[in-house]
Structures are given as C-alpha cells and as structure tokens.
Design a protein around this ligand. Structure first.
Ligand code: SF4
Length: 474
C-alpha cells in the first residue's frame, strides 16, 4: 500500500477526488499489466431517477480513471451495483444479481465487486452482504457516491475490504464527472433527501435530510448542458416544491424554473417529484406562462382516504388533493397529471379504497404507478397492523381497473392532433419506427430516420394504443 501518495491527497472536495482519479489511473495501469488486459467496468442501477443520476456520476468517475465501460455485468473487472430499497422486491432483485455473479461459471478472484445506494444505508444490510456475499469488496452508501475514485484506489492499492457508509450526509460536492445515457436530454439534481417522513417511506432514512443545491450551481450545470446540445432538462428532487428551504435568501422552485427557461438551447423543462402539500399557485402561474415547461405534472396521491392519508403523514386530505388537482385541470387544461397510489397500507379497508377510486374518477389521471404496500424496516407503518394480503390483492385489482379505464380514455383524447415529439431512440420492437415523448410525457412510435434521434419533430397522432400512440411525421 503506497501510503505516500494517498497522504498527499487534498482535504477539500472535489479536488481530493480528482487526485484519486489520477492515482487510480496509475494503479489501474499496474493492474492491467498484471492481468494483461484493459480493465472494464459495469454499473447496474436499481430504482428511481435519483439513482440513475448518481450512476451517471459514478460512470463518469470510472471513465476518468480509464476503466472501459462493458455491457456485460458478469464479465466486467469492476462491477458496481447501485441499490434501491423503496420496496422489498427491489432488494430481492439485487440479491438475485449478486448471487448469480458468484456462481461457478462467473467466479473471478480479481473482480472488484462494489455495492452502494439506498439499501446500504438500511440497518443490517452491510452485515448481511459481508456475511453472505464475501466476494463483495467495496461498500458505500448514498451520501458519498462522489468518493468512488478514492474507494477504488484503496482496493487497487491492496485493501481487501473497503466500507464507507455514512449515517448522515455532509456538504453537497459539485463538479463530479458524469456520463449521460442520452446526449440530448439530462437529469439535473436540484436537491437531495427528504424531510416529509411519510410513515411508509424509507427515503428520509436512507437519503437523509433535505438539502437544496445553490441556484447558481444548478443554472451553471444547465448552461453547460445546453452548450453540449442538451434540449430537455429534468429537474430532480424527492419533493421539488420545497426547493430552497434551508438556503438563505434562496429563490423558490417556480423562480428557479423561470431562470432555467431563460437558458438558450434548452427547449423543454420537466420536473419530478411534486408533493401536493407544497405545490403552489405560483408554480401553476409559471407553467401557464411558459413555452418550455412540459405539460406534465407527477402528483403522488398515495391514497384517496383522508383517514389513511393522516396515518401516512401526507399532510393533505382527500378534499385538498382534489381541490389542487382540479385547479390544475382548469388552469392547465393541456397538462397531463400522473400519480402514485399505494394499496394495502396498514389499516386500509375496502371503504378507504372506494375513496381512492372516487379520486381516480374525479381527477381522471393520465397515468398512475400503483403499488402494493411494502413493509420497510424502521418506518412507523412497519409496526402497524398489516392488511390481509388476499384482501390487498383484490383491492389492488379494483384500483388498477379504475386507473386503466380513466387513463385510456384520457390518452385517446389527443387522437388526430399534431404534437411536438422529442425523438429518444429507434423502436425496440420495430427498427423501422422511432420512439419519442410528447410534452405530456406520453410515448409515440412513428416511421422515421435514425438521424432524427435527439430532435423535436411534429407528429400526427394517428391511433391511441392505450398508453402510447402510433403516428406519422408531418
Ligand atoms: S415525500 Fe414521502 S414518499 Fe416521497 S420521498 Fe419523502 S418521505 Fe418518501
């Protein structure tokens, strides 16, 4: 272990990480000479857009260290899992990947296996990995993903096992390298963490307290992205409407949107996720006057029963949610409203689900992510009396049926119209077709040349296929 070099690492960030990126490149070359092949990396990401954004940064760091990206998880020299723990099935999926990585056909004693993300912040997970998956040699959490270069250096320099999981986040570190999936659109974090403590949710325990980035840092990043040809920006936060809380003299979220709107080259602005208790009239007014903010608001309802919303600590009632959603319907008639709904929250009865279905029918959501409640260790709801799974399944199907009926009918209302579509890619099922998204976030497939990828084109919506359109360019 050549301590000398590491000792000289700057204390301040991100300078310290750029030091380790350089050191890492030297150590990587040494390892390549030993193994007689270029070292590759593969990042597997589970969960939400926040995780996807973190993975872009970690790919950027490994790329700067000179590792080569590899599409195959099982043959890469360095495999990094960015985990999610929002529901139990996310954990099980991860363990599946990890287990198959070490089966007899894929065992590789020289492989660096790293695990990070929300699951590593959850009590007991690090110990479980250490005991059951001994081939894992780097573990870190959600608060220090920017430190990947330093952790990989320690491993390459001879440490058997590197573990660095923080209880609490520290300062936000800016200017970390990043590699985007799409050259023409990008996610931009505006804040991290959450202070809402909904009783079913593990996010505040694994992502920490709410901290907003300085507006000037966000705007500099958006300007840089625009200069690189990015047309569409997705502003990311667990609850974007509380942006700026905790920053002295900060601008509000609607004001931030107005500033991003001024940036030349940016043609579309999206944001995710809103919280009904904080979505302001000011935001609705700014959207109304905007040419660039996309016609889509994701507004999680979770339940339509005020009794359950109280038990969830959502801090709005059925009536307040309806008032807000119907105001959006009235003020922004061309804007799609999508939502999240949990079925089976402890104590929920069929009458509570009737309330949820009533909201679905009144708001007529354009789309909804419906989930069966998943008990998360350490959350208040985990110690509440759980609902019979058979009943939950029955109620879940009732909700799904109601959501699908409304969203199909809402989707079809645009048939025959011509809409702006940002072309994302070649259609996965049919190479003759392109796939893109309208401003209201609905998917459209239509014939067109590959050269149109990344461009905004006009498409006539010929036929609605339930949750997507087929169309033709005009
Ligand atoms: S707002 Fe509630 S559901 Fe959303 S991340 Fe925060 S605690 Fe979780």
């Amino acid at each position: 272990m050549n301590d000398l070099k590491f000792e000289m690492a700057p204390e301040t960030e991100p300078e310290r990480q750029y030091f380790f990126i350089e050191q890492g490149a030297v150590l990587r070359k040494q390892k390549e000479e030993e193994l007689k092949h270029p070292l590759t990396y593969h990042v597997t990401t589970f969960g939400c857009q926040m995780n996807a954004k973190d993975s872009e940064k970690m790919k950027g760091i490994l790329n700067e260290m000179g590792f080569i990206n590899c599409d195959d998880e099982k043959s890469a020299d360095l495999v990094l899992f960015n985990t999610c723990t929002i529901r139990d099935n996310a954990n099980q999926k991860f363990y599946g990947h990890l287990g198959s990585l070490n089966d007899k056909n894929h065992r590789n004693k020289d492989r660096i296996t790293a695990v990070c993300g929300c699951m590593m912040q959850e009590k007991g997970c690090v110990e479980k990995i250490r005991n059951s998956y001994k081939f894992v040699n780097i573990i870190f959490g959600t608060h220090n993903i920017y430190k990947l270069a330093e952790l990989v250096c320690l491993k390459l320099a001879g440490e058997n096992f590197v573990c660095d999981v923080w209880d609490k986040p520290k300062d936000i570190v800016e200017d970390i390298p990043s590699i985007r999936k799409y050259p023409f659109k990008a996610g931009v974090n505006i804040m991290y963490g959450c202070n809402n403590y909904c009783t079913y949710c593990i996010v505040p325990y694994v992502r920490g307290a709410e901290r907003s980035r300085e507006a000037k840092e966000i705007l500099m990043e958006c300007e840089k992205l625009a200069s690189e040809g990015v047309k569409e920006i997705m502003l990311l936060g667990q609850n974007v409407n509380s942006y700026g809380n905790g920053i002295k003299d900060s601008i509000s979220f609607p004001e931030l949107l107005k500033e991003v709107e001024k940036i030349e080259g940016i043609e579309r602005i999206r944001f995710m996720t809103s919280h009904p208790k904080d979505l302001s009239d000011e935001l609705i007014t700014v959207m109304k006057g905007s040419n660039k903010i996309c016609r889509h608001i994701h507004l999680p309802l979770q339940s339509g029963s005020s009794r359950i919303l109280k038990a969830m600590n959502r801090r709005y009632s059925k009536e307040q949610y309806l008032e807000l959603a119907l105001k959006i319907r009235k003020e922004l008639p061309d804007t799609a409203i999508t939502t999240d709904i949990i079925v089976g929250f402890p104590g929920e009865t069929p009458e509570d689900v009737d309330e949820t279905i009533d909201v679905i029918k009144k708001v007529r959501f354009d789309g909804a992510f419906t989930f069966i409640y998943s008990k998360r260790a350490g959350t208040p709801a985990a110690s509440m009396e759980q609902v019979d799974p058979e009943l939950v399944k029955k109620e879940f199907n009732r909700v799904l049926e109601a959501v699908n009926k409304e969203s199909k009918e809402m989707a079809a209302l645009n048939t025959g119209k011509t809409e702006d579509v940002l072309v994302d890619d070649i259609n996965e099922q049919d190479e003759r077709l392109l796939t893109g998204r309208m401003s209201n976030n609905m998917t459209v497939h239509f014939p067109g040349e590959r050269s149109l990828i990344g461009k905004i084109v006009n498409v006539r919506l010929e036929e609605c296929k339930g949750f997507y359109y087929v169309g033709s360019m005009v």
